[in-house]
Each structure stands twice: as structure tokens, then as C-alpha cells.
Design a protein around this ligand. Sequence first.
Ligand code: 13P
Length: 278
Amino acid sequence: MLVNSKEILKEFKRNNKAVIHFNINNLEWTKWILEECNRLNVPVILGCSESAVKYMGGFDVVYSIVTSLIKDLDIKIDVVLHLDHGHSVESCTKAIDAGFTSVMIDASCEDFNQNVLITKEVVNYAHSKNVTVEAEIGIMGQLNHDNVNFGSTTNVSDVLEFVKQTGVDSIAPAVGTVHGMYRGDLKIDYDLIHEISMKVDIPLVLHGGSGLSNEILKKCVKNGITKININSDLQDKWSLGVREYLANNNEVIDPRKIISSGMDKIKSEIDLKLNIND
Ligand code: 13P
């Protein structure tokens, strides 16, 4: 069933566990993530970025794919359809109007007051439609080719003030992780995660969860993270599977066979990530 993220996040937070947000990029990924999470009987957050929405054809297409798969595959688990990194009020509004049950408004590149204003506007509209809102504060690290920009971590009093002023449902503070397939040393500030989680009572979100071992992810959860975002690790594993398949089957032209050749590796990666709650 399609639900907003409120109860799921509340439940995972209460149990000191983390729900995994897997990004979707097309019909096949959506299908495989739903199948695997349903097989393991765990709720899932399907994150769709603005660029993935555009690639798939638009907000209505994404909503139709997700709800149709839930129906036709007889998916029993709770599923959240979440806009990942909505960069404007307009984008979040479109997602909500199409039926997304959760949105992230990412105005973290704005100054504090502007981030508050934009986030508040989204929260007001979203809550009137029973949609939950995630926001970001601080500057997340980014991986551009071989260059890593580590961003800048946020401070606790800003997070407290931001949550109080916006009424947002969950918050992604910058704590030292990086978006993209970064495999070097990270300076994750576990103390900062812990301190924020002690003072802020809404669930904390970790962006940039790929490339981190389950031990590191578990340490983040132990310190107060309730939602972990994973995109690049699934891309990495899928493309590995496809490369291997094409290297051994260079005559194959059926796109279904080519695209599906990454399925087993994606499903194994999903299983691995879900192990963090064991
Ligand atoms: P990764 O690139 O580390 O998978 O991060 C994904 C993410 O945070 C999406 O919001």
C-alpha cells in the first residue's frame, strides 16, 4: 500500500533501526526493489530524483508505474513514493498533485532564512494533502569526477531552530557523507549525529549512504539515523552485471535481457543493505 513516511519513520526510530530509501531510475528498478522488499517483508521508501522523474516521463508516469506495480505484483508491504531532492516549491507541488506521498525540499544551498521560508511553504501545502516532508540543512559533500567536495557539516542549534520554524517531518543534516560512488575515507561526524538526535525529536536522514560498509551504516544508526538513502550502490552493481553479461553475450540485442542482466546483482545489494537492521 502507498503510504506517507510518518508511521514508518516513527516505528523505525522507536526501534533504533533505519528504513532504506532506494532511488528508482526506471520501471525495472522499481519492480525489482518492490519485489525484493516485499519478499523480505520490509517497508521501503522509493526515492525518485527530479532528473529520474524527467527521464521516466513525468510525475504522473512515476506515480502510475509505482501504483500499477503494487497492484499487479500484489505487493503487500508499505511503500512510500518520495521526491528526492526537490529543488523548488513548484517541483514539490507537482509531485504532491501527482500522488507522491512524501517529498524532500532541498533548499540547502540557500541561506538559513530562505531555506526556512521555502521549506515552510512546502510543508504547509504537503501537510494539507497528508504528504510528509524531508528537508536538508548544511552542505552535503558531492563527488564530481575524481574531485570530492566534502561540503560543510551543520551545527546543532541551526537544526533545532530550523525544525522548530518549519514543522518539517524529517531532516537531513550534513554530517560528512558524500553523494556518489565515493570509496575513500570519510569524516562522518558521529558525535554530531548523536547530539542532533538527542535534541531533535524528528527522524534524521543520512544522504550519501553508498560506498559505506554496513558497519559504518550501523554506527550511524546507533547514533540516531532513521533513514538511509542509497542510489549509487545499486547503479554500481547493476552496471557491473550488465557489463559482465554483454562481455559474454555480445550478440544479444533484446533490451529485456540486457537490462535484466543487472537484476540479480541489484537484488543482492538490496539484501545486503537491509541486513543493517539485523
Ligand atoms: P548515494 O549517491 O551515496 O547513493 O546517495 C544517494 C542519496 O543520498 C540520494 O538522495
